[in-house]
Design a protein around this ligand. Structure first.
Ligand SMILES: Nc1nc2c(ncn2[C@@H]2O[C@H](COP(=O)(O)OP(=O)(O)O)[C@@H](O)[C@H]2O)c(=O)[nH]1
Ligand SMILES: [Mg+2]
Length: 436
């Protein structure tokens, strides 16, 4: 996410950080660099202009202050302005009446249908019952696509042949009312380009179901073009939120940085994978942190929390303390790391992700699979007591897992070192920490 702009901001911040004094010259050069970073990211010119002018005014203001660390203060200004660029408004869904209605709008291919499923899954997680409505009759496979998603998460999908999307939406809401369903999510048809018929249709749907939320779904990989269409939609049907998909790709950032201040509508969610759980509630501060390369440790911790099984973690902890950690436990650890996500997404959330060290750290996700395969080729006793694994056993394990014997050796060496380290830490803890 945002590799290019983050790289530029990191170099700007490096220059600014050490400043002992803020002068007209360094304000000018910083502003020039920020402007360039924004232009390269395809941010809307109005957004750039207002951002720059705010930073400039504030920086001029600090010139007279004799603060301890002017550079740090400059960085804080940029950070704060980025946050307010995303809008400080609350980002939760505002679902009032029952059934509440969420209408999804946007161009074709941006991810509306996928997002309808993700939102349903997210709301299920909050204990709500959901009805999905397949109101896209233009793409032949669209209804089937939504039905497949509905089946996957066990959410009913409302559809009917020979009826228009407006009557269908109306009927669906009535049905949800009868069935006491909490939330209705309407997936609408998109077009490749804005056209009048589509706008009229969505306006009519809106009139007939009175949605609580109208979310504009935009491709997060796009630039300010997405913002232009958002504005057109906003004029036709007042939007209540933006939702940016495909943020797992390496977006230049144009859409994300422009959309909320141009439409004056907050970003409520971002899509971070093709999968059903690839949806995050948008958080302006975290996004600003990511763009400036401060990392997003909070999101990472949350992801890890969701992926890691508490019971297993406690068991592993116990085993480590008793020096009973074996290769089976090592395998469990690998499985838990795999659940957090691909290595690239983990690294993407680390502070300084563009630094030389992290850039050169190319972890191959297959490595985890290979390590698991090697452990799988060992028998029970070997996993419990790896020191019995001699030359001939190593050869057998290598053959069984389809990996070279050097890799088996490396794994065993790594495991021995890990055990030694654990032993040391345990000893240290015994002396310095109360037992728990
Ligand atoms: N990587 C990624 N792909 C996405 C995301 N959201 C949607 N997609 C993909 O984008 C494509 C179009 O999605 P679809 O929901 O059919 O778009 P629609 O035409 O707006 O309904 C599909 O291949 C989706 O899997 C996302 O957050 N991340
Ligand atoms: Mg669709």
């Amino acid at each position: 996410m945002f590799n290019q702009i983050t790289e530029k901001f990191q170099s700007i911040l490096r220059n600014v950080r050490g400043l002992g004094i803020i002068t007209d010259d360094n304000i000018k050069s910083t502003i020039r660099d920020v402007r360039k970073a924004f232009i390269d990211a395809d941010v809307n010119f109005k957004v750039i202009k207002s951002f720059i002018s705010k930073i400039e005014t504030q920086a001029q203001g600090t010139k007279v202050f004799k603060s301890v660390k002017p550079g740090e203060q400059f960085i804080k200004m940029i950070h704060d302005e980025l946050i307010s660029l995303f809008g400080n408004k609350s980002n939760g869904l505002l679902l009032g009446k029952k059934p509440s209605v969420i209408l999804l709008a946007g161009l074709q291919g941006v991810g509306k249908t996928t997002t309808a499923g993700k939102l349903a899954y997210y709301l299920q997680g909050l204990g709500k019952s959901v009805l999905l409505v397949a109101a896209d009759f233009y793409r032949p496979a669209a209804v089937k696509q939504l039905q497949k998603i509905g089946k996957q998460i066990n959410v009913p999908v409302f559809t009917e042949n020979g009826i228009d999307p407006i009557s269908l939406s109306k009927k669906a809401v009535l049905f949800a009312n009868q069935m006491k369903i909490d939330v209705v999510i309407i997936d609408t048809a998109g077009r490749l380009h804005l056209d009048e018929k589509m706008m009229l249709e969505i306006q009519e749907i809106k009139k007939s179901v009175n949605p609580d939320e109208i979310l504009y779904v935009a491709d997060g990989m796009s630039g300010q073009d997405a913002v232009k269409s958002a504005t057109v939609f906003h004029e036709a049907i007042p939007l209540t939120g933006n939702l940016l998909t495909k943020m797992d790709g390496d977006s230049r950032g144009g859409a994300a940085l422009s959309i909320s201040s141009i439409t004056d509508v907050p970003i409520k969610f971002i899509g971070t994978s093709e999968k059903i759980d690839g949806l995050e509630v948008f958080n302006a501060k975290r996004m600003a942190d990511r763009i400036l390369g401060f990392g997003d440790i909070l999101s990472l911790v949350e992801k890890a929390k969701n992926a890691i099984d508490d019971k297993k973690a406690t068991e592993l902890n116990k085993k480590i303390r008793l020096n009973r950690f074996d290769l089976d436990d090592f395998k469990i650890q690998i499985q838990q790391i795999k659940k957090i996500g691909p290595m690239s997404s983990i690294l993407d959330m680390m502070p300084g992700k563009n630094s030389k060290v992290l850039k050169n750290f190319k972890m191959d996700d297959r490595q985890l699979i290979w390590t698991e395969a090697i452990i799988n080729s060992m028998n029970k006793i070997e996993r419990k007591t790896p020191n019995i694994i001699d030359g001939s056993r190593r050869l057998r394990i290598a053959k069984g897992s389809g990996r070279p014997v050097q890799e088996v050796n490396a794994l065993l060496k790594q495991f021995t070192q890990m055990k030694k380290m654990m032993k040391k830490i345990n000893k240290f803890n015994k002396f310095s920490l109360p037992s728990f």
